[in-house]
Design a protein around this ligand. Structure first.
Ligand SMILES: C[S@@+](CC[C@H](N)C(=O)[O-])C[C@H]1O[C@@H](n2cnc3c(N)ncnc32)[C@H](O)[C@@H]1O
Length: 266
């Protein structure tokens, strides 16, 4: 891919998703875009770029973002965040709080919102609370996976048999074991597409806790600052923003207070 074509891809990806493809990402972009071009039977990058820009439905830009973005995730990734969620929700529940609203802002294929749902079910078992989790991502492909709630056994390797039994049904297909999230888990979660680089968002708030983990690393400072301000607006006073361990709000002007690395309070 020549420099000019790479810059065009870089600009369109930034404009549509806020994802900032840094220098030296040509090879990665080329490999991922080629995959999509093979599906379409298009052989040249310039031809594909034209195809993306001329598509008035914007369906192809969604497909392009699907292949560009990194969706790596896992159940109970960065486990201390789920421990924190358990502790804070226990406290709120003990003080009579019954209505809880959460947001998994870059949910990827669903491991994060399902881990939140399991944590909340386990924490609020006896309390008859009204709990809702909003799970959003820019990628329609991963959102489909979220909605299906079906995962290969290996993805749940670290989850205890008791939790698996409580919240999943297993089945065998093509010699493999799959786990399907039970409705009691799925019913807590609403899945929808939201582009985090395009605030403001359609929700009203107030939200109790927002997980916005391992996505801001792809954004430049201006996009991060806008996003953080919008999350601040949507959280209740005393609510929390949790970011990935490799991220921080350093360098961003914000009213959030640092509670510990990666956890912020409004
Ligand atoms: C590395 S995954 C993180 C998943 C999960 N939060 C975690 O920490 O395990 C990053 C996710 O961010 C999503 N993403 C990238 N740009 C986005 C944007 N502008 N708006 C919403 N989601 C975006 C990607 O599609 C991907 O699923």
């Amino acid at each position: 891919m020549d420099r000019k074509t790479f810059d065009k891809f870089r600009n369109i990806v930034y404009e549509k998703s806020g994802i900032s493809l840094g220098e030296g990402k040509e090879a990665l972009v080329m490999a991922r875009v080629s995959k999509r071009m093979r599906v379409l039977g298009i052989s040249g990058f310039t031809e594909y770029l034209k195809y993306v820009m001329q598509d008035e439905t914007e369906d192809e830009i969604v497909n392009l973002l699907d292949v560009i973005s990194t969706n790596v995730t896992s159940f109970f990734r960065e486990p201390d965040h789920f421990e924190f969620l358990h502790n804070v929700v226990s406290e709120w529940s003990a003080s009579g709080h019954k209505r809880f609203r959460f947001w998994s802002a870059a949910s990827s294929s669903g491991e994060e919102p399902y881990s939140m749902a399991i944590t909340l079910m386990e924490t609020l078992r006896e309390s008859k609370s009204d709990v809702k989790i909003l799970a959003t991502d820019i990628s329609t492909r991963v959102l489909e996976k979220c909605k299906s709630g079906v995962y290969e056994k290996s993805k749940l390797a670290g989850v205890s048999p008791l939790i698996l039994d409580r919240y999943f049904e297993s089945s065998r297909e093509g010699g493999k074991t799959f786990y399907r999230a039970k409705d009691l888990l799925k019913d807590l979660i609403t899945f929808t597409r939201i582009n985090l680089s395009a605030p403001s968002f359609p929700m009203q708030g107030p939200l109790d806790v927002v997980f916005c983990r391992n996505v801001m690393i792809y954004f430049d400072k201006a996009t991060r600052a806008k996003l953080v301000a919008e999350i601040h607006r949507l959280l209740k006073k005393g609510g929390y923003l949790i970011v990935g361990h490799s991220e921080s709000l350093m360098g961003i002007e914000t009213d959030f207070k640092v509670i510990k690395p990666s956890i912020y309070k409004k």
